[in-house]
Design a protein around this ligand. Structure first.
Ligand code: C2E
Ligand code: MG
Ligand code: MG
Ligand code: MG
Length: 293
């Protein structure tokens, strides 16, 4: 009986190995497939950028646009990043896609600046994988030159994790970008674990308060306190601050009362195609002034 049990265990073990191998192959295959599809999408020009206004709340002026990636396979609606960015990161394709995003965003900004908005800026999200490229700073310089916009018109949005991981290398890279005149902002601020020490050590210019905290302003005491603390901290560290995910007049009013004067969110506009953004910048959001609400 013991022999039989042993035999069964072995068989089961073998079956498990077979099972895991199959599952693993499937996962690897799936990743390869998505990698391949994203590579094709890039080659076939299926990516587009949408732009979301960043607004100075008291004047209603749009001072910058955040470029947000969309994937639009022919004959379909644009797919948001949430659904494929992680795959692009895993497959490494985010490096090529990110380069395309940067080039596209800078070229578009040039059109807007030449078309009567010489002060407008552009914000572009950066993946940690892009920063790993040792020639990344040179590439950014080249893209700015080709587009014909100054480094001061570009803001790169980094993640808190970039301040924590490989920090000596990242510190050197981010310092070079900053020395070139590029502004660096910390995206989704408050969701990671970056300490004050990191913020002082790195050449960070502004903080973007994560939308999860903004969403709960007035509803969740902890989140409300956190928003207040981040705004106060930014002020004492001489950093800029912008709130993400502002959806209501009440949120805008609270933020202004706390000393945060810049916002981005559905209250003003969602991210829109370049042609629609051109119409947005022609008008100010004067009707949305939180002080008159
Ligand atoms: P993010 O950079 O924090 O961008 C803000 C996200 O919140 C965007 O989603 C935007 O459409 C959405 N959003 C803006 N205002 C509101 C609001 O009032 N309410 C709500 N509920 N949502 C709002 P999206 O475009 O799906 O992008 C998701 C994330 O994907 C971005 O978060 C960013 O981390 C990443 N991403 C987008 N484009 C790129 C890119 O070109 N490169 C890289 N590496 N990442 C990108
Ligand atoms: Mg962002
Ligand atoms: Mg964010
Ligand atoms: Mg909450």
């Amino acid at each position: 009986a013991a022999d039989t049990a042993m035999y069964h265990a072995k068989e089961t073990g073998r079956d498990n190995v077979k099972f895991f191998t199959a599952a693993l192959n499937q996962a690897v295959q799936r990743r390869l497939d998505i990698g391949k599809r994203l590579r094709q999408a890039l080659a076939r020009d299926e990516f587009t950028l949408h732009y979301q206004p960043q607004v100075e709340m008291d004047s209603g002026i749009i001072f910058s646009a955040e470029a947000l990636l969309r994937w639009q396979p022919p004959g379909t609606q644009p797919i948001s990043c949430g659904d494929f960015i992680a795959n692009a990161e895993e497959s490494g394709l985010i490096v090529s896609i990110g380069e395309w995003v940067l080039r596209q965003a800078c070229q578009q900004l040039k059109i807007w600046r030449d078309g009567g908005h010489p002060q407008l800026k552009i914000a572009v999200n950066l993946s940690p994988r892009q920063l790993e490229q040792v020639n990344f700073c040179a590439l950014v310089g080249q893209i700015l030159d080709e587009a014909g916009i100054p480094a001061s018109a570009l803001e790169l949005e980094i993640t808190e994790s970039m301040l924590m991981q490989r920090s000596e290398y990242n510190l050197a890279m981010l310092t070079r970008l900053s020395d070139m005149g590029i502004a660096l902002s910390v995206d989704d601020f408050g969701t990671g674990y970056s300490s004050l020490a990191y913020l002082q050590r790195f050449p960070v210019h502004s903080l973007k308060i994560d939308q999860s905290f903004v969403r709960d302003i007035g509803k969740d005491q902890n989140d409300t306190a956190l928003v207040t603390a981040i705004i106060a901290m930014a002020a004492s560290l001489h950093l800029g601050v912008i709130a993400e995910g502002v959806e209501t007049l009440q949120q805008a009013q609270f933020l202004m009362a706390q000393g945060c004067h810049a916002a981005q969110g559905f209250y003003y506009s969602k991210a829109v195609r370049a042609d629609a953004f051109s119409e947005l910048i022609a008008n100010k959001f004067e009707d949305k002034n939180p002080l008159h609400g």
